[in-house]
Design a protein around this ligand. Structure first.
Ligand SMILES: [Mg+2]
Length: 242
């Protein structure tokens, strides 16, 4: 039995779409998230896949940021499943994107006030989006910030998202899983990801081929050990086409 034999049935379906998380799935996780640039072999691999398949990069990053990491504009599902580029065209997948961006813009006008009131906090514009990076914030200040942001999100009908050392304001009903489901249009697909936020994508799309990258409990049907093995899996899909 070959390592990727579980993909034989999928690989025989012409043109099935791929939904690939970026950080930790296609490239190694790095300390500085703004330096996770795609290497040439990866870009080459994605282009060879794109000759036969729809390929979407699925990421919590904004479109601007993932474009910068890749060095080009590939089709993608970004900002927690809210904004996609499909065949080169930007689509809002959530009707609340615009009103959420308005809220975020008004927060960004108060960026300095936030950084002054919460020593150690850094506030970044994600375009769209705002990232509260907790850097050197004390636990006590962190709780105070959490209360303030929760209040803002409740008053504006947005959602406060807590990640590893960060807070974000995002649209209500954000769902990478639903975004993927919409773009699949009922087709079999390959969905791969490495962290907790990818689990929702696996659960919402449990009827197709899901791959967890790395250790840990998962709702995915299959697993590879790391991003290098994930790339070998993608090579396998290409080789079974020839
Ligand atoms: Mg990831």
């Amino acid at each position: 039995m070959g390592k990727f034999d579980f993909l034989t049935n999928l690989a025989s379906i012409p043109g099935f779409p791929l939904f690939l998380d970026y950080d930790g799935t296609l490239v190694p996780i790095q300390k500085d998230p703004l330096r996770c640039f795609a290497d040439k072999p990866l870009i080459g691999l994605l282009h060879r896949l794109m000759e036969h398949h729809e390929v979407y990069i699925v990421t919590g990053r904004s479109m601007d940021e993932i474009d910068r990491m890749l060095g080009e504009k590939l089709d993608a599902v970004t900002w927690h499943g809210n904004i996609a580029r499909v065949h080169g065209r930007i689509q809002y997948l959530n009707s609340r994107v615009e009103s959420t961006i308005e809220t975020i813009d008004s927060i960004l006008l108060n960026r300095e006030r936030f950084e002054e009131s919460y020593p150690g906090l850094k506030v970044y514009s994600k375009n769209p989006g705002v990232l509260f990076h907790l850097w050197d914030l004390s636990a006590e200040m962190g709780q105070k910030l959490h209360r303030e942001l929760l209040q803002i999100s409740q008053e504006t009908g947005t959602v406060l998202y807590s990640g590893k050392g960060i807070y974000e304001i995002i649209p209500p009903d954000s769902s990478k899983g639903n975004a993927i489901r919409l773009l699949r249009e009922g087709r079999e697909a390959l969905i791969a990801g490495d962290d907790a936020t990818d689990e929702e994508s696996f659960r919402v799309n449990s009827d197709t081929f899901t791959v967890k990258v790395g250790q840990g409990e998962t709702a995915a049907r299959h697993r590879v050990s790391d991003y290098m093995e994930m790339r070998r899996l993608l090579e396998f899909i290409l080789s079974s086409r020839n």
